[in-house]
Design a protein around this ligand. Structure first.
Ligand code: HEM
Length: 276
């Protein structure tokens, strides 16, 4: 088998590309290794580190920059996620059937994708700046955090990079014929290695950083994203363990403004106040 030549911009049609050993390892085996790490790692973290299942919020130390940077990053990354789901999951034949021309699709994807991607990047740069320049926040930053930031920024930069290159390239790689079919093929356990091998070094680097980020996800602060987001918005900033109602029944009245919120305690708390 011949090793496929790295392609930066214009890629040949998938069926014209030879598949090498590295292609099989990276696009045929690695996605399943990453999936196993994400699932196994999340179960492990949930079982052994539930009290560490937190963002380790630093809002108490600094909130001026955080107030702008955090929503910018979080809304940006949510939009990037939705864009990826549409671009990678929905086949071109479906958007064609819906009457959306390829040109219109790409203009839309480019516009929304670039705004979301840049918003996320500006947000994360502000968050890293804050982390570096606010003493207590810097002190609370671990090596694990730093490595996660490198992977996150690398995924963002390579994603924005391939997208911008595609604007100026006269014969751009069509990710809907290469990356997207590969992505979908993973879930039906028939990885289309050839499609990804034809996507070029730009998309390949981006997918590798994406997979690296997913692989470290359960072992970092990013794990908070797996918590039901609606519940997360209303949980206390700092996770306290409330006293057992059996020990305190009738002894410690719950003062107004100190009721437990947004946790299972909420239900317990309201039952207690009602029975009192
Ligand atoms: C294996 C996982 C991933 C695959 C297969 C993938 C694939 C793609 C593809 C095909 C594009 C081009 C979209 C276009 O030109 O419209 C893209 C763009 C982009 N990707 Fe990814 N990606 C992955 C993971 C990630 C992750 C984890 C992040 C961020 C943390 C990310 C951030 C971006 C950004 C910022 C862009 C620029 C356009 C946009 O905002 O959607 N990607 N990605």
């Amino acid at each position: 088998m011949m090793q496929s030549a790295p392609v930066l911009l214009a890629a040949p049609a998938p069926e014209a590309v030879d598949v090498g050993v590295w292609d099989i390892l990276l696009w045929g085996a690695l996605p399943y290794i990453v999936l196993a790490i994400v699932i196994g790692g999340t179960i492990w973290r949930y079982k052994y580190d539930q009290f560490g299942w937190t963002t380790r919020s630093s809002q108490l130390y600094e909130s001026r920059i955080l107030r702008i940077a955090s929503p910018l990053f979080h809304f940006g990354i949510l939009a990037v996620l939705v864009g990826h789901l549409v671009g990678l999951v929905i086949p071109r034949s479906w958007t064609d059937a819906a009457g959306l021309s390829e040109h219109a699709y790409h203009i839309m994807a480019l516009g929304i994708g670039l705004v979301a991607g840049f918003g996320t990047l500006v947000g994360i740069v502000m968050l890293i700046y804050r982390r570096r320049t606010t003493g207590p926040v810097f002190m609370a930053t671990t090596k694990n955090d730093k490595f996660m930031y490198v992977m996150l920024v690398a995924a963002l930069l390579t994603g924005l990079g391939v997208t911008i290159i595609s604007v100026f390239d006269t014969t751009p790689v069509d990710y809907r014929q290469t990356v997207s079919p590969w992505f979908r093929s993973i879930w039906i356990l028939q990885p289309d290695v050839q499609a990804m091998a034809a996507s070029g070094i730009g998309f390949q680097t981006h997918a590798l950083f994406g997979m690296a980020l997913f692989a470290i996800w359960p072992f970092t602060r990013l794990v908070h994203a797996f918590t039901a987001p609606v519940h997360y918005l209303f949980r206390p900033y700092i996770v306290y363990r409330s006293r057992d109602s059996k020990d305190t029944a009738g002894m410690v009245p719950i003062r107004r403004g100190w009721e437990p919120i947004g946790t299972q305690d909420r239900a317990r708390g309201s039952t207690r106040s009602r029975t009192r």
